[in-house]
Write a protein that binds this ligand. Structure first.
Ligand code: FES
Length: 187
């Protein structure tokens, strides 16, 4: 078998030329460097499948991480308990601002019942306008862009805010309300 014939035989077994014409009609360069097109297609498909599997895996891992962060990501930082109001100082449905710990951004203490209070960062998590309580509706309102938060949890309900208001944990001892810690902003 001549050298040309053996090259043609190689092209015939390994390569299906793109124009599908006979091996001996192929240009010299293609006969010298036959490409195994079926194998090439197979590798391209395998790479595509690998890419899809990897990106899907990364997406799933990201979603799981976000879910776990939502479940366990809320952390409370404890500070020295600080008396922030006496009970009779704040009427039911009324609010009082305070700093906790001292020098912090303003916080808002809201009396929601006889001996029940909630307290949050007063700054809206959108663009930091001060929120105001709407106790009858069970909400906090940010008038800047009409953002709404749940009074019981601090979670955003409507409008641009996407993150909850950082919550101040409270304790009522005798007739005094104490701040005891600050929870990081959740989602
Ligand atoms: S600053 Fe509160 S909604 Fe924009």
């Amino acid at each position: 078998m001549s050298q040309d014939e053996s090259r043609s035989a190689v092209i015939g077994t390994l390569s299906v030329p793109p124009d599908r014409s006979a091996p001996e009609d192929q240009p010299r360069w293609r006969r010298d460097f036959p490409i195994d097109w079926p194998e090439d297609d197979y590798v391209a498909r395998r790479d595509l499948v690998k890419f899809i599997v990897l990106t899907s895996g990364a997406f799933v891992v990201g979603q799981v991480w976000i879910a776990l962060k939502g479940l366990f990501g809320q952390r409370t930082t404890a500070f020295e308990p600080l008396p922030i109001a006496s009970i009779e100082e704040v009427e039911i449905g009324q609010a009082k601002t305070f700093e906790y710990p001292e020098g912090s951004t303003p916080r808002l203490l809201v009396r929601t019942g006889d001996k029940s209070f909630v307290a949050y960062d007063q700054q809206c998590t959108h663009l930091q306008c001060p929120v105001v309580p709407a106790v009858a509706e069970g909400k906090l309102h940010c008038p800047c862009h009409n953002g709404w938060f749940d009074l019981a949890t601090g979670r955003p309900l409507a409008g641009p805010p996407r993150r909850a208001l950082p919550r101040v944990s409270l304790q009522v001892v005798d007739e005094t309300v104490y701040a005891t810690g600050v929870e990081a902003s959740g989602s």
